[in-house]
Design a protein around this ligand. Structure first.
Ligand code: PCA
Length: 332
């Protein structure tokens, strides 16, 4: 007993000696934080997340190494939030409105025609942030940053001039709002992750969607579709969350580094999203697509449908939802 204790203590002494000769930081155990992302590595959100990761790794002197895993390769998009909540991974990125089925408040950014520009989307985010942070905090999640997608428009493989023209079209949806939009326009919704849409369009499983020029561009959608109508329906957000227990066991110094990197990432990601808007619409055109604003008739019909969907959302989101809209309107 005494002998083994001696062995242990001499091992510890040897270890410390070795550590000192290497320099303590040389043996400090780096934590690896695997960070699942739902979208492809080339997407601007994923590029921003990778830069955020390097910023944290550099800023913490290698104590926390963030490794991003794009395209749902580590955890599928729909499972990322649960994986972070339960501590399967410490950190991850997800489309916020993907959680509307849990709580309508998460869909604040997909209310049709409420915020249709980057400036308004930013104001709406400021109005919604406290509620979102609180809702996430109740689920063991700490919000780090959030970045908007470019404005959402409609993709088709034929010319569309009215809602009647959409009847019976198979439609790819990515959250409750987009499923509801399909239903109200007579289309047939199927939920498909962005990482899987190239194949879904190529095989004809779906033939239409609402999304940004960015997603169509990333997925080379011109190989399957012909028209993009700029509707500017809303600008949904991706957000980065960290498991709160992991966060609480992170040193204050490292938390400060992470917060700083997050602020930088939100700024850089938003800037990229703006730049990417024109760039990707030009890319769709270069791919041979017709890219234009929806005609007045179609736009008016969509506004009516949007009003129905707004009323539905306000009903589902209750007083918290109304407070977000009121505070957003007060900023106008
Ligand atoms: N792209 C994502 C969400 C919004 C967007 O522009 C997608 O289509 O899944």
């Amino acid at each position: 007993m005494i002998k083994s204790k001696n062995i242990v203590s001499s091992l510890i002494t040897a270890g410390l000696g070795l550590g000192m000769s290497l320099g303590i930081s040389g043996i400090a155990k780096a934590e690896v934080w695997d960070m699942p992302l739902a979208y492809s590595g080339s997407n601007f959100h994923s590029v921003t997340a990778a830069e955020f990761g390097s910023c944290v790794t550099t800023g913490t002197g290698g104590a926390i190494e963030i490794v991003t895993h794009p395209s749902g390769s580590l955890i599928k998009g729909a499972d990322i939030k649960r994986a972070v909540q339960t501590g399967q991974v410490p950190i991850g990125e997800r489309l916020l409105s993907g959680h509307q089925n849990e709580n309508a408040i998460f869909g604040y950014d997909s209310v049709p025609f409420l915020a249709t520009s980057f400036d308004d989307a930013d104001k709406l985010w400021q109005a919604a942030k406290p509620s979102i942070e609180k809702t996430l905090a109740d689920q063991n999640l700490t919000l780090l940053y959030a970045v908007p997608w470019p404005p959402q428009g409609l993709y088709f493989k034929k010319e569309i001039n009215s809602v009647a023209d959409m009847d019976g079209i198979k439609f790819r949806s990515y959250n409750n709002t987009t499923t509801r939009l399909a239903e109200l326009t007579g289309m047939l919704p199927v939920v498909i992750e962005a990482a899987e849409i190239s194949q879904a369009f190529a095989t004809g499983v779906v033939e239409s969607m609402v999304s940004s020029g960015a997603t169509g561009y990333d997925r080379k959608i011109w190989e399957s579709l012909t028209h993009f109508y700029e509707v500017d329906a809303w600008l949904p957000r991706n957000y980065i969350m960290v498991n709160t227990s992991v966060w609480n066991s992170t040193s204050e110094a490292n938390q400060n580094v992470i917060r700083g990197c997050a602020e930088l990432a939100e700024y850089a990601g938003t800037w990229r999203s703006k730049e990417y808007t024109g760039f990707t619409l030009a890319g769709l055109r270069a791919g041979g697509m017709t890219v234009e604003p929806a005609g007045d008739g179609l736009q008016n019909e969509l506004k009516d449908i949007g009003a129905t969907m707004t009323a539905d959302w306000l009903k589902a989101a209750g007083a918290d939802g109304q407070a977000i809209v009121d505070s957003f309107n007060a900023m106008q």
